[in-house]
Every structure is written in structure tokens, then in C-alpha cells.
Write a protein that binds this ligand. Structure first.
Ligand code: HPA
Length: 288
């Protein structure tokens, strides 16, 4: 983002650049989490626009996140998919992390379906579980790293947006119904966002569990806040890619093992998540 430019102008310029490449007016915006980029392969008649071709878009830098917007259709619905999201830990300020959400809203999206990879905190969770997000703990936001900090542009949303019902009740009902139809176990819980990039210490995991968290990750909350600010309905889903250890005497993971574990678990779950996502996307139109 160019800091001196008014945010509304930056959004308009980015949306205009996307419209020049694709005529699709997306009803649903989708953000794919770590290793879940293959969801973007579901898009039919896809137009792929690398982030670097869109003015004011930051570049995604993490392995497993090749950054592009993909526009087209999934299950009869018009969609825009962020293949690869931006993270606070990459060095972007929260305003940059959430800029694409504002652009997808400007393109026409009225629903955000956000996915992520997360560590399981709830003792009942297993690797590979899908968790519908009921609510979140936005730790960086509570500490001041908040995407709506600074002057508010009233054309984008209110100064003090409510976060009650941020994770839409109707969309959660739909997700439960579709999961049941597919014979798929769907967990539900509170997602805690931490800044990363280090994984949590066991003491931090115990702290988060006491605070009511069922899963922990390094994304999602800022995008959801900005989506709600813009009036988008939100559906959030975590894939539990690892169990976060609460044992301070546990053996250390070596090198990149932590992130590789996340990507491997994500890869294994992609077919299941894709099937559920397709059914939900198909059904989202009928809940509006
Ligand atoms: N902690 C934080 N972020 C994550 C984790 C985790 O255990 N797994 C996947 N993303």
C-alpha cells in the first residue's frame, strides 16, 4: 500500500485493475490458509491475477502461499479466491494484511469464507479435524496491532464496529448441515490469533486454553474484523494440523519440522475440506 494515498482510492485502484482482467462480479470471497491453496483449483473458468500485478497489494512470502487472486465460479457461485494470504509475522502492518479483503468487498463480495491451519488446544481435537470458528481471541488486536487503528473512513464502515455475531449464525448452521450430509465430523470452537512466527510455548498454550481457546493460529482475526467493518457475512473454518503441546518438558521440534507438519496435515485434508467447501459455497446463495 502507498501510505500517503487515501485508503478508499487505493481500494478503488486495486479493484479497477482486477476488473480489467476479469468480468466476474464475485458474490463470495474465499481466503485459503497454509497448505489449503488447492481450494483455488476448484475455480472454473479461472482468471488468476498475481498479487504483484494489483496496485497497492503486498506480496505473500511464505512457502505454501503463492500469492494470487483467482476469479471464476465454484458450484454455480461467483467467487474470488485469495490463493495465499498475508500474515502479520511477514512484517506487514495489519492494515496491509487486510487490504485484499477490502478490495474483494469492492469487487462485489458480500460473504467471506476464511480458512486457516491451526494448532489444536481443545483436548478433544485430533490432527485432521475441521473446526467451525464460533468466535475468536484476537491477541495482537487487543494489544494494539489492530487493522482499524487510526483515522476511520466512514465510507468503509463505522468507527466502533460491533463484533457480536461476527461468525454468522446462519452460515454456521449451513456448515453443520452440509457436514452432517457428508458424514463428516465438524468441531466448533474459539480460534485464538497470535502474532507468530514462533509457535507457542507450552505455558502460552495453557494460558490460551484458560482463556477459552480451542485452536490457535497466526491469521484470520484481522481479516474477519475488516470484513465485519465492511458488512460482509463471515464463515470461518480451521483445519487442525497439529496438536499444540502444553507440556513444558516436551522434546523440541527441529528446524522447519513445525511448518512442514502443518503443510502435510493440510495436504491430507484438502479433499475433505474441498468437498465440504463446495457444498457450503453452493448453499450460501440460499441463506442470503
Ligand atoms: N500455532 C500457531 N499457528 C499454527 C499452528 C500452531 O500450533 N498450527 C498451524 N498454525
Amino acid at each position: 500500500m502507498t501510505p500517503e494515498l487515501p485508503i478508499s482510492q487505493a481500494i478503488a485502484e486495486a479493484a479497477q485493475a482486477v476488473r480489467r482482467r476479469s468480468q466476474v462480479t464475485p458474490a463470495i470471497a474465499i481466503i485459503t490458509g497454509s497448505g489449503l491453496g488447492p481450494l483455488a483449483d476448484e475455480v472454473e473458468a479461472a482468471i488468476t491475477i498475481p498479487y504483484r500485478d494489483i496496485p497497492h497489494f503486498p506480496e505473500s512470502t511464505v512457502a505454501g502461499h503463492s500469492g494470487a487472486l483467482v476469479l471464476g465460479h465454484i458450484a454455480g457461485q461467483t467467487v474470488v479466491v485469495m490463493r495465499g494470504r498475508l500474515h502479520f509475522y511477514e512484517g506487514y502492518p495489519p492494515q496491509a494484511v487486510t487490504f485484499p479483503v477490502r478490495v474483494m468487498h469492492a469487487l462485489g463480495a458480500r460473504t467471506l469464507f476464511v480458512t486457516n491451519a491451526a494448532g489444536g488446544i481443545n483436548p478433544g481435537f485430533q490432527v485432521g479435524d475441521l473446526m467451525l470458528i464460533r468466535d475468536h481471541l484476537f491477541l495482537p488486536g487487543m494489544a494494539g496491532w489492530h487493522p482499524l487503528r487510526g483515522p476511520n473512513d466512514d465510507t468503509l464502515g463505522p468507527r466502533f464496529p460491533s463484533t457480536l455475531g461476527a461468525y454468522d449464525q446462519g452460515l454456521r448452521d449451513l456448515a453443520r448441515q452440509k457436514a452432517a450430509e457428508q458424514g463428516l465430523t465438524l468441531r466448533e470452537g474459539v480460534y485464538a490469533m497470535v502474532a507468530g512466527p514462533s509457535f507457542e510455548t507450552p505455558a502460552e498454550i495453557r494460558f490460551l486454553r484458560l482463556a477459552g481457546a480451542d485452536a490457535v493460529g497466526m491469521s484470520t482475526a484481522p481479516e474477519v474484523i475488516v470484513a465485519r467493518h465492511a458488512g460482509l457475512r463471515v464463515l470461518g473454518m480451521s483445519l487442525i494440523t497439529n496438536i499444540a503441546s502444553d507440556d513444558s518438558d516436551a522434546a523440541p521440534l527441529l528446524g522447519e519440522a513445525g511448518h512442514l507438519e502443518v503443510l502435510e496435515a493440510a495436504q491430507a485434508a484438502v479433499p475433505r475440506l474441498t468437498r465440504l467447501a463446495r457444498a457450503m459455497i453452493e448453499g450460501i446463495g440460499s441463506t442470503e
